[in-house]
Design a protein around this ligand. Structure first.
Ligand SMILES: Cc1ncc(COP(=O)(O)O)c(C=O)c1O
Length: 511
């Protein structure tokens, strides 16, 4: 071995030791705890500075420019200090992120986040509790259960209710439909004890009923559960975008006549686009008579359990077999935080499986027995701190404000002759389009899409969009109580300016 190669090797070894040491210093333990606090504080300060300085919901980046910037980063070569790494994150992420707390962010079902929940987020990820078993979570299991009982009680689900936190509304809906599927299969097996049918043999006949404005995760769940594309029977909604319950009854009867097996009805409490509430009491009656699993997707509307003024919109939920509630929509919680609740805790056994190493039967209360997940975050801590700091009434008051805002917004738009509003909002979304008198639908379709994407590109406002009866509409999803009617009017004016500009240039082009 030459002298020069040995020196190179020593240098490499020294570098390795150095990097091993610094890597160990990056693991949280009693020795590094002060360093941890300082580092996390610098991340928090970076966000705080960005939020303080921001005046628009976004800078309006393009996917191309961001892809270029991000993919140029060499992940094989770390930067020389945490400060440099954070500065890089400020440049590539924080600068061009979308800020849901901005008063002109009104696109999707994202909320500004409650500060107590952010404290919870910092605490839960540092302790890194995993909720699957009691021996990894101790008090956290009891805190989650306490919150589940609190939620179940407010939903009116009764003393036998139970549930578990999930990663989001889609997962909650999936778990609900999995339980409904397995209950129906179990019933078929008990009805035919001599020749109990295999799941695969009966699955093709299972049917789920959901309205034409229910969330697409119902279809996705059906596919995941092996039910096939025709398994979801789409029930029309009425003029207010609520499920037409007469049509539901007709569809259930038709399916039975055809030898199909009604598995579940999904009622929505707060539809994604319109915020409409299906007639939940009526759905409960129908499902009671027909003996069908009733799942209520209250991912959006569930927050109203905190509202003194609008809680009545959830009447009927207590009779459901299962309920989805998304804390990361209407409880001002950071992503993610949701729960699935059941009226009869025995139904959760449909997701109970044992692993010798994890949760042998007869042990302490292991939440994994109720969950589709194994390792699972202690998201409940965020809600815990929110309720213990702000209280449920304060959450409800924020929701009351956004409902008032949506009502005012729809009223203003309805009074303008160049705007068309689909329905009077029951909750906090407004679906509308720029449609000056005489403008053909095709022109309006084009212009409304242009308005939405131009507003995003300018960074001035971020608004939603959807399709209603084949036509392109715009949508305000209002979840920010800081947004005032003046902000909403400014957004309407931005829309009108861009719309009239495009209309005039189209007229010039064609004239
Ligand atoms: C009514 C409804 N259900 C379910 C979901 C899915 O929730 P998540 O995005 O948390 O999976 C949404 C999301 O917008 C929703 O509006």
């Amino acid at each position: 071995m030459s002298l020069s190669s040995s020196t190179e090797e020593e240098t490499r070894f020294a570098d390795q030791v150095e990097s091993t040491l610094s890597a160990t210093n990056q693991l949280l333990n009693s020795r590094t705890a002060p360093h941890y606090a300082a580092e996390v504080m610098s991340g928090i300060r970076a966000v705080s500075a960005q939020v303080s300085a921001g005046t628009t919901p976004c800078t309006g980046p393009t996917p191309e420019s961001l892809h270029h910037e991000v993919s140029a980063i060499d992940l094989d070569h770390p930067l020389s200090s945490p400060a440099d790494a954070l500065a890089e994150v400020e440049r590539v992420y924080l600068r061009d992120a979308v800020y849901f707390h901005d008063v002109k962010y009104a696109a999707h079902l994202n909320c500004p986040v409650a500060i107590p929940a952010l404290v919870g987020e910092a605490v839960l990820s540092a302790v890194n509790t995993s909720m699957d078993t009691w021996d990894q979570s101790t008090a956290a299991t009891h805190m989650e259960q306490h919150l589940i009982q609190w939620t179940a009680e407010r939903l009116g689900l009764g003393d036998d209710a139970d549930g578990v936190f999930t990663s989001g509304g889609s997962q909650s809906n999936l778990q609900a439909l999995l339980m409904a599927r397995n209950r129906l299969h179990a019933r078929l097996r008990s009805a035919h004890p001599d020749r109990p049918p295999r799941l695969a043999d009966v699955l093709g006949g299972f049917r789920i009923f959901a309205s034409d404005v229910s969330h697409f995760s119902v279809q996705k769940s059906a596919a995941i559960l092996g039910l096939g594309p025709e398994a979801v029977v789409v029930v029309p909604s009425d003029g207010q975008k609520r499920m037409d319950t007469d049509a539901l009854e007709r569809e259930v009867a038709r399916c039975r006549q055809e030898g199909l097996l009604p598995m579940a009805v999904v009622g929505t409490a707060g539809t994604t686009d319109f915020g409409s509430f299906d007639p939940l009491v009526r759905l409960a009656d129908i499902c009671g008579v027909e003996d069908i699993w009733l799942h209520i997707d209250a991912a959006y509307g569930g927050g109203l359990i905190t509202s003194q003024r609008h809680r009545h919109l959830l009447a009927g939920t207590g009779a459901a077999d299962s309920v989805t509630i998304d804390f990361h929509k209407t409880f001002f919680q950071p992503v993610s935080s949701s729960a699935i609740l059941v009226r009869d805790r025995a139904q959760l056994e449909h997701v109970t499986y044992y692993a010798d190493y994890l949760n042998p039967p007869g042990g302490p209360p292991n939440q994994v027995d109720k969950s589709l997940q194994t390792t699972r975050r202690f998201d409940a801590l965020k809600l815990w701190l929110t309720l213990r700091t702000m209280g449920a009434d304060a959450v409800g008051a924020l929701l009351d404000e956004v409902i008032e805002l949506a009502t005012g917004c729809a009223g203003s738009l309805g009074a303008m002759e160049d705007f068309d509003v689909v329905v009077r909002p029951a909750f906090s979304t407004v679906v509308f389009r720029y449609l000056p008198p005489g403008a053909p639908d095709e022109t309006a379709d084009r212009i409304n899409q242009q308005i939405r994407s131009e507003l995003f590109d300018s960074g001035e406002a971020i608004i939603g969009g959807t399709i209603v009866e084949g036509r392109h509409y715009l949508k305000f999803t209002l979840l920010n109580a800081e947004t005032t009617m003046a902000d909403v009017k400014e957004m309407i004016e931005l829309i009108r300016q861009r719309g009239s500009h495009h209309l005039a240039s189209e007229a010039m082009h064609h004239g």
